[in-house]
Design a protein around this ligand. Structure first.
Ligand code: BTN
Length: 245
């Protein structure tokens, strides 16, 4: 896949949007050493300091026959690919917290933000991935939940970044070529879940916090939670793990 690198950029997702708007027609991987305006989900920012993490976006310009709903498992595919690659290249015991955060040692080490972008009626899918490799000194608001993976030398970081970009880039290319073939992705996602069997709590609109045990991830990626009042199926949103580890 064509790859471009920036020492510093506002956001690799925003750069992917700009390049698509300017006519990019091939899959493209954009990565950076640092982001000045890294974006997270739900309007949050993503802490992206220099020399410690890996921040990248894969842009996939779709064919005219493809629609956004053809790619509903793109975030799942990315989470599985990152988790596998982190296990292989860093030795970390990485796992996936439903719905698409990668966790190491009970804290978030990677976040994924998938976005759609349009040029007229042509669709581009963007998958943005931020990994805290040796990142430390997180802002106070996230220091309880976010973590780096370890202390790595400059050389180790260099090798890890190259290897992770290649692994995840290849896995996403495979997914984009054949997005309907997702059963193996869901199976790996289940196997890598840090949530299954754990007590979780969640809030639904207008309800109090509900507690239960995460029982299964269904074939559509939803989470089945067994609660005192019966089973709940969660389709999106965030859950808070309790009694994790
Ligand atoms: C989240 O956890 O809320 C999602 C975080 C996604 C961060 C990545 S870093 C590379 C890409 N560029 C961005 O601005 N965001 C994504």
């Amino acid at each position: 896949m064509k790859t471009v690198y920036y020492e510093t950029i506002d956001s690799t997702n925003e750069e992917a949007k700009r390049r698509f708007a300017a006519g990019e027609a091939e899959p493209l991987l954009i990565w950076a050493n640092m982001q000045t305006a890294g974006k997270g989900r739900n309007g949050r920012s993503f802490y992206s300091p220099e020399n410690t993490g890996l921040y990248f976006s894969v842009l996939y310009p779709c064919s005219s026959k493809q629609m956004l709903q053809d790619f509903i498992f793109v975030t799942t595919a990315a989470a599985v690919a990152v988790c596998k690659s982190l296990r292989k290249n860093t030795g970390a015991d990485a796992g996936i917290k439903w719905i698409n955060d990668v966790y190491v040692g009970g804290k978030k080490a990677c976040g994924i933000l998938a976005e759609a972008t349009y040029r007229g009626d042509e669709l581009g899918v963007i998958v943005g991935i931020g990994i805290n490799l040796s990142t430390k000194d997180f802002p106070k608001e996230i220091s309880d939940v976010a973590s780096g993976i370890g202390d790595f030398t400059k050389e180790q970081l260099h090798e890890m970044r190259e290897a992770i970009l290649a692994d995840v880039g290849d896995a996403l290319c495979d997914y984009f070529k054949n997005p309907s073939d997702h059963s193996a992705i869901i199976a790996s996602y289940r196997e890598m879940s840090v949530v299954l069997g754990k007590e979780v709590s969640f809030v639904r609109q207008g309800e109090n916090e509900i507690h239960g045990i995460a029982k299964d991830i269904l074939d559509d990626g939803s989470l089945l939670v067994a609660c005192e009042d019966g089973e709940h199926i969660l389709n999106s949103g965030e859950i808070h793990l309790s009694f994790y580890r």
